[in-house]
Write a protein that binds this ligand. Structure first.
Ligand code: ADP
Length: 254
């Protein structure tokens, strides 16, 4: 078992006193995509912030490649930032409209000191091709692309450093059905071809069922159940999971 990221009894309390996460534990194993599901207020955004190393748990640990993640350890954080990249929900606000697609996709290469010049340009071309965009997309601007294509640009930016984990926060909820399917297929394909492990945060169980092998159900900051997606969503043990399932009429899990 090759665990890349792990939360061990991780809790997070906001300054105002809200306990947003309460002793959450789960592991992200290489090649085993994880879906994090729960209603609004379940703690998903707080969890994302811990998984991206943007904040530290107020109790418990985040482990990266089996070592406790320390936001003060600059060498570890540098490796971590290259290894765990993210795609956000809204491809309209997450891409700077004044920058060309080439510059947007190259940004992690610059900021993480991975590559520059011709090497960076080659990596950008490779990332654009991997997400199904033509190489000449680099010279164009975000407004020239549809929502689905913009999300491909965001994915190209996320994979350009060859990360191990792609954390996708509701990556298809702003898209229409056809685009959704295409982006989910792309994420699945990238998982297979690039050894990328996807962690998908979503309130939509059909998206998680289509992509993720492991599912973690969150409620009120606690994990109410987790396990193989087919088991958790196919025959949920918890009433809460059943309620979430009931709100999704056509789920592709028997
Ligand atoms: P989700 O993303 O699943 O909607 P959040 O992580 O945003 O859940 O929120 C979990 C809990 O933490 C909620 O009760 C929310 O009100 C609270 N919370 C979120 N952000 C803050 C904050 N900045 N300050 C205080 N409480 C917060």
């Amino acid at each position: 078992m090759n665990v890349i990221l792990e939360l061990r009894n991780a809790s997070y309390r906001y300054r105002g006193g809200t306990l947003a996460l309460d002793e959450v534990s789960f592991a992200v194993e290489h090649g085993r995509s994880v879906g994090l599901v729960g209603e609004s207020g379940a703690g998903k955004s707080t969890l994302i912030s811990l998984l991206l190393g943007l904040s530290a748990p107020t109790a418990g640990q985040v482990l990266f490649e089996s070592a406790p993640l320390s936001l003060r350890d600059r060498a570890q954080i540098r490796t971590f930032r290259r290894s765990v990249q993210t795609v956000f929900q809204d491809p309209y606000s997450s891409l700077d409209p004044r920058q060309s697609v080439g510059r947007i996709v190259a940004e992690p290469l610059r900021s993480l000191h991975v590559a520059r010049g011709a090497d960076a340009a080659a990596r950008v071309t490779e990332a654009l091709t991997s997400v199904g965009l033509p190489p000449d997309a680099a010279g164009r601007y975000p407004h020239e692309f549809s929502g689905g294509q913009r999300q491909r640009v965001a994915i190209a930016r996320a994979i350009v450093c060859h990360p191990r984990v792609l954390l996708a926060d509701e990556p298809v909820s702003g898209l229409d059905m056809t685009m959704r399917t295409q982006i989910i297929d792309l994420l699945a394909e990238l998982g297979e071809t690039r050894g990328l492990t996807v962690v998908m945060v979503s309130h939509d169980l059909s998206v998680v069922a289509a992509l993720c092998r492991h599912t973690v159900v969150l409620r009120g900051g606690r994990v109410v159940e987790q396990g193989d997606t087919a088991a958790v969503l196919g025959s949920p043990r918890e009433a809460y999971t059943r309620c979430l399932l009931d709100s999704v009429p056509r789920l592709p899990v028997a």
